[in-house]
Write a protein that binds this ligand. Structure first.
Ligand code: HEM
Length: 483
């Protein structure tokens, strides 16, 4: 009875907020049940534009007592994103708890999260990032070599899978100093477990019936999830245990300067993690694996798609790369050269605007908060959707157009700082942002120095789906020609 009363109260409240019409009790379930993940994103962007035109700054959806509120622009999201206390992640993140526990990504506001975030952050300082360049260069060259056969035959290649395995190898090397060589070994159990887990998490969040634990178990999904989690945890636990033994024997401190250490070694060697359990360390390392590879893969894949569809811009980026790094297709990319990139920098920003690699993030309110002119009660999930902000014609006129000049400083000054948030913003922004940007530049430089990319489908024939990460619905099918 209490549950039903709660749902009815949510229904009553949600109908006062701007959003598509709801049906009694079930809210907007029927509306979304008919849509694919691709249609969902399109629908949300269209509805957001209509609501903005009628002067609204938020959009709500409601699913049997679950209320989701989307701010529609940077200004209305700002209150939430710059809050120093509203830092709890939303309900949808619970699915990853079995794998990532209370790591920096999932943990709620409090001393523990602050402490972990403070200790994890230095692993991304610039000097440290330089140490990761060697892994970026090495693994990217493996990808370039694997792609060569497609350039030779002219056969179409779906870049997405190649990029994904490459970024997985990169994160494995930089987070743990180990390799699974996913690029040569795409059926490695760890690779399959990561892919399976991500897919399951999407199914879970999109299909209402799977959110009933009994059905999730009965239909065999719980068993699948447990198996994936076991494979992933065991892999990292083994590596962590091995490194801890090395540390005890003095091998880590002896062999490496801090610059050459991987993320795991840095955590293990820090005095401040002395009272962390082995599981605390494992959770942080796994979080890097999870947060660090699919995101970069999606981001760089969309970059290649944007390049393929904007040949003039691709040529300008290529020219800048050649001017700075020379024509040698195998040369390593160094950080001094990367700092000189200017046009390419803007192109990368525009690419993340055009398609945001992380389509939504979610917070759960601790206290009542005014968002976009409406008082939203504690307990409601607020979804911040970079994709929705970035397609707002008020901040980005003609949003469909790929235009790097939007990121010239004179144009950036015209926007609210929170209108462009591919890495989120505020205290819970992406801790790996600089790492990701450096990684993408290395990928891009090697890619364009070796190949011209041409599309084998129209731009909108592969679309970002509304999943944890914006996966291209039909991959990134391209033709590569050797430069
Ligand atoms: C282009 C690539 C990337 C994009 C677009 C991206 C985007 C984001 C976004 C939007 C968030 C906020 C999520 C939320 O509020 O729930 C986030 C958080 C986070 N990211 Fe990234 N990310 C990328 C790469 C990386 C990499 C390479 C790493 C690590 C190696 C990383 C580690 C993290 C962590 C640990 C958090 C959680 C921070 C916290 O909650 O305090 N990310 N990222």
């Amino acid at each position: 009875y209490k549950r039903i009363q709660f749902i009815l109260n949510v229904c009553e409240f949600s109908n006062k907020l701007p959003g598509p019409p709801t049906q009694p009790f079930i809210g907007n379930i029927a509306l979304f049940a008919k849509m694919s993940n691709i249609e969902m994103l399109d629908y949300m962007i269209k509805t957001a534009n209509e609501l903005r035109d009628s002067g609204e700054s938020i959009m709500r959806f409601q699913f049997i007592g679950k209320l989701l509120v989307f701010p529609l622009d940077g200004k209305s999201a700002q209150t939430l994103l710059q809050s120093t206390t509203e830092l709890d992640k939303g309900d949808d993140y619970e699915f990853a708890r079995a794998w990532l526990g209370r790591s920096v990504l999932l943990d709620g506001y409090g001393e523990r999260w602050k402490n972990h975030r403070r200790l994890v952050t230095p692993t991304f300082h610039f000097a440290k990032l330089e140490g990761y360049l060697e892994v970026f260069n090495r693994e990217t060259k493996v990808m370039i070599e694997l792609l060569d056969k497609f350039a030779k035959t002219g056969e179409t290649v779906d870049l997405f899978h190649y990029i994904k395995r490459c970024t997985l190898d990169i994160i494995c090397g930089t987070a743990m100093g180990t390799t699974i060589d996913a690029q040569h070994n795409p059926t490695h159990p760890y690779v399959l477990a990561v892919e399976g887990f991500n897919k399951l998490s999407v199914d879970h969040s999109m299909k209402a019936h799977l959110q009933i634990p009994f059905l999730f178990w009965l239909l065999g999904y719980q068993k699948q999830k447990d198996d994936y989690v076991y494979t992933m945890k065991t892999f990292t636990r083994d590596v962590t245990a091995g490194r801890m033994t090395d540390l005890k024997l003095g091998h880590i401190e002896n062999h490496a300067s801090k610059r050459d250490m991987n993320f795991l070694d840095i955590l293990l060697c820090s005095k401040e993690t002395k009272d962390w359990s082995e599981e605390d360390i494992r959770e942080e390392v796994d979080t890097f694996m999870f947060a660090g590879h699919d995101t970069t893969a999606a981001s760089f894949s969309w970059m290649c798609w944007n390049m393929a569809h904007n040949q003039d811009i691709q040529e300008k980026v290529y020219k800048e790369i050649i001017e700075i790094f020379g024509e040698n297709p195998n040369g390593d990319v160094d950080s001094e050269g990367i700092k000189k990139l200017d046009y390419t920098e803007r192109v990368l920003k525009e690419s993340k605007r055009r398609i945001a690699p992380v389509p939504t993030l979610q917070r759960k309110l601790r206290e009542d908060m005014e968002i976009g002119g409406h008082m939203i009660p504690a307990g409601v999930n607020i979804s911040v959707a970079p994709t929705i902000f970035h397609s707002n014609p008020k901040g980005f006129p003609n949003p469909e157009k790929f235009d790097p000049d939007r990121f010239l400083s004179e144009n950036m000054d015209k926007r609210n700082a929170y209108d462009y948030i591919p890495f989120s913003a505020g205290l819970r922004n992406c801790v790996g942002q600089k790492f990701a940007q450096l990684n993408e530049k290395v990928l891009l430089i090697h890619m364009l120095r070796n190949y011209r990319i041409e599309p084998m489908l129209d731009f909108n024939d592969t679309q970002p789906s509304m999943e944890v990460i914006s996966r291209p619905s039909n991959g990134i099918p391209v033709k590569l020609t050797r430069r």
